[in-house]
Write a protein that binds this ligand. Sequence first.
Ligand code: FE2
Length: 279
Amino acid sequence: MKFVILTDTHFLERGRTNYAIDPAARLEAAIKTINREHADIDFVIITGDLAHWGQLEAYAHLKSMLASLNAPLLLMMGNHDRRMPFREVFPDADFDGDGFVQSLRVFEGATVVTLDTLDEDGPSHAGVLCPKRLSFLERALGEAPEDRPLLLFQHHPPFVTGLPHMDRIMLRNGAEEAERFDRIRRPDFMFMGHVHRPIGGVWHGVPFHIQRALAHQVAFDLHTKETIPGSHELPDYALVTVTGRDVVILTRSFLYNGPEFWLSDPAAQAAASIDDLRS
Ligand SMILES: [Fe+2]
């Protein structure tokens, strides 16, 4: 089983940019690469913050751009999203019957569970798993088939990353999620968005992956708490391969347009500058 992850597209109305970045141009480039090079994937998942201001026009713009993607698509909510306009534009997206955008899908190679951590009426951009969503999580962890890996996707990390500005808006009740993980001893892997930086590790026995946003990035800053530092580091997508119970993740800087060269090439080895590698 193979799939691709994109996250934090932060879409705007058509023609608008944010921090001198056009998310639509970036998504177009990502889709072209994915269609061309990953025709064998089962789906593409976007792990939240689909639209920067949560506007209907931004979701409509996103939908028009996603029309050129060949693979099936899974969409999730992040702290910048708004469920009503999202639902108006994407009426066929996952809705759990309780008003949340979350689902459980059993594929041949793995079970995919998506959680909705958006606290739409909350006081900040922090996330939450309310009692209904915790029940959904508990059911999903308990009922998913045991003969294949269970992959859990959610926008907000439930743990401290060490980036104070992002930890301020993490999942508020991660302890309640951890209690389920510890008791049920699942999932097998977690994938998140929100942080706009690459992070990997293990939390309560569960390995996790977080990657750069499609849109603007968050700068590496271990000190600032009050405001979020941005950067123009290039975006990544992740290609995930699940084989049996093994998971391998390749991230790709798909907008990189610098030189590429053979490491064994003596001329490349002798290059004095990047310009020498371009010729
Ligand atoms: Fe985001």
